[in-house]
Ligand binder design. Structure first.
Ligand SMILES: Nc1nc2c(ncn2[C@@H]2O[C@H](COP(=O)(O)OP(=O)(O)OP(=O)(O)O)[C@@H](O)[C@H]2O)c(=O)[nH]1
Ligand SMILES: [Mg+2]
Length: 301
């Protein structure tokens, strides 16, 4: 079988996690219309079995590594996120650099291009959100990236509709070597359910909150009890300020109830059981700069 690892890298909010979900056909990574949604390296597995219609004689398995958006870090959490993303570029068989209609020759896109020059593996450029990219911006971005000579191919995609994902897979197969099948054919991620559960809760928080509040939240699973009929989950939501705690809870607890309800519904679909979900909000001053907190929340190696 041909197999290998592929990194998905880019500025925040360009659609990296949406692309990962489009590739695997399942929601593995949480997404939000806010930068810095992804905080860890998220693994998604794409498999074509040998002998299947798609896989042909040989078959393939590609392990995609979705990474946090690269930005100038403002705290230790940000440092961890950027290091995670940049470190991943050098550990893979191919790199996808993703950008979108907000592409610029300065700032984060330029920084990433410089970093890519040091990468030995083949790189593919993804111009994502073609559904809302003007032809002028597409042309300008295409030509500008082509001139760098760094990319084996430039592909325009719409991760929300899945447009051109098959083209991307076809291209990536060229860079896979003969190797092991790392994961069973029906496995789309190796993250434990508890990790996915806390990410779903954080996604709902991101959807319900605005301004600086969502960036300062973290979720920790306190108890997780599985019985044949129901999964009982109690989770802690950390926030950095008392005023943010009040915003999260909302008037008469309405906001937190809404967050809990939409999280519970999605967790029930994931686990295939009834779920009892309890959410508690706690204030932890500057947790994003606390080594101890980052460690216990899984944001430190
Ligand atoms: N119109 C359009 N929107 C998209 C597309 N891909 C992603 N989005 C939206 O862009 C926003 C950001 O998507 P994410 O997948 O969370 O972006 P990301 O690059 O993973 O962001 P970070 O994890 O913060 O780095 C979400 O609101 C997505 O629905 C696309 O192809 N077209
Ligand atoms: Mg993401």
């Amino acid at each position: 079988m041909k197999s290998g690892f592929v990194a998905i890298i880019g500025r925040p909010n360009v659609g990296k996690s949406t692309l990962l979900n489009a590739i695997t056909g399942e929601k593995i990574a949480i997404t939000a219309d806010k930068p810095q949604t992804t905080r860890n390296r998220i693994r998604g597995i794409y498999t074509e079995m040998p002998g299947s219609e798609k896989g042909g004689v040989e078959g393939c398995q590609i392990v995609f590594l979705d990474t946090p958006g690269v930005t100038r870090p403002r705290n230790k959490l940000g440092e961890y996120m950027t290091q995670t993303a940049l470190g991943t570029m050098n550990e893979v068989d191919a790199v996808l650099l993703v950008t979108d209609e907000g592409y610029s020759e300065k700032g984060g896109d330029a920084f990433l291009l410089e970093k890519l020059k040091e990468v030995a593996s083949p790189c593919i450029l993804i111009l994502n959100k073609t559904d809302k990219m003007s032809p002028d911006v597409f042309k300008h971005a295409y030509e500008s990236y082509e001139q760098t000579g760094l990319f084996k191919m430039i592909i325009g995609t719409s991760a929300v509709s899945g447009e051109n994902v098959p083209v991307l897979i076809r291209e990536l197969k060229k860079y896979l070597a003969e190797g092991p099948q790392y994961f069973p054919a029906d496995m789309i991620t190796d993250h434990p359910e508890r990790f996915l559960v806390k990410e779903i809760i954080r996604e709902k928080l991101l959807h319900y909150l605005h301004d600086e509040v969502p960036h300062g939240v973290a979720v920790e699973i306190e108890t997780y009890e599985e019985t044949p009929k129901i999964t009982k989950i109690s989770a802690l939501i950390y926030t950095e300020r008392k005023s943010h705690k009040a915003i999260i809870i909302g008037k008469d607890g309405h906001k937190l109830k809404g967050i809990g309800k939409s999280a519970r519904e999605e967790i029930e679909l994931l686990l295939g059981t009834k779920v009892f979900l309890e959410l508690w909000v706690k204030v932890r001053d500057n947790w994003r700069d606390s080594d101890l907190m980052l460690h216990s929340l899984g944001y430190k190696d």
